[in-house]
Design a protein around this ligand. Sequence first.
Ligand code: ADP
Ligand code: ZN
Length: 372
Amino acid sequence: MLKNWSRKSNNLVHHFNIDTAGTHTCQVYSGNGTLEILADRIRIYNQKKVLLLIDENVDKLYGRKITEILLSEGFDPAVHKIPSGETSKSAGKWLEAVDFCFESGVNRKTPLVAVGGGVTGDLAGYVAASVMRGIPLVQVPTTLLAMVDSSLGGKTGINHHTGKNLIGAFYQPDTIISDIIFLETLPAREWRCGMAEIIKYGAIADPDLFTLAARFKLGFSDPAKLMELITRCARIKAAIVAEDELEAGRRAWLNYGHTFAHALEALTGYRRFSHGEAVYIGMVAAHKLSNLLGAKLDEFPLFQFLDSYRLSVADLKPRIHELVAKMFLDKKSLNNTVRVVLLHRYGHPRIVDITDLSLLEKAWDFALDTCN
Ligand code: ADP
Ligand code: ZN
């Protein structure tokens, strides 16, 4: 499985820049065997020391290989493992990682490499943003979700006990290296989690992606096509982020399905559904709401993925009013309205402020019936 990393396979690499507000250029590499670029990308800092923050499961599978690559290229890697799971996005884990950086002799040019999924990326990104007011950051996402979504855009941060992602900073990595080799070991549930965000890009930006994504309903296969899928999604996110780094306008489109999803996740204590599961149900609700407001969206593009997201949710139907109430608490909702992203048609999103609660209730009712 790891043999590709010792073979030069640059012909399989897609490379593009994200120019975030013209202030910072982030280079994104995605492909099969892309990790071999890591050493070249961190050599630009002229440092021997490299700080590696790595998810503990990813470390078991790939840690030795990554350290060997760095050692063989003359670097001196210092490794800090991050326990898997959302609880690592805490002030305590942030401080432990900051301590690790200083104990390893960090200076302003020492690169920090984050290897893992969204949790590792968010925590490590915030560590890089805060140590000495910012040290170079390289993201090596190892989950589908992180490759197409969370590693791009510069949102970093941790949770506060009163809510998720309440502490953080916008901080752009210099390089993002997505290597699909990692995805061969990704658990099925994590795969579905990333697929939901991929389906989202189909809905808001590129309906052709639905057909391509459908080939990957069941998991890892066809590396060349998978690479194309990931690269197309990453480009969509990159283009939106480059245009709207601080989330004033179009970046909100990326929240398609998410106002619903956040309510569902919050109501169920963030334990019952993975983020992607909640996002899929949220997209079904947003689809219904779009149609209630006059769109004529076909069901097939979105609903062809339903089999992966049938989640026995009937018990939530009596709690629809609680879900609606949670939507009002979303940090993107203002003044007694709920701000949602809806579709005119696939590929054409719009932002709508909803005041009529009964519309939200109907959308929930439909989504909970459909995803049951
Ligand atoms: P996300 O990217 O969805 O936010 P996390 O960072 O929480 O996800 O990672 C999801 C889970 O997948 C964690 O348990 C993590 O240890 C595991 N994981 C991450 N990357 C891989 C991989 N390439 N192979 C196997 N497991 C992985
Ligand atoms: Zn999301």
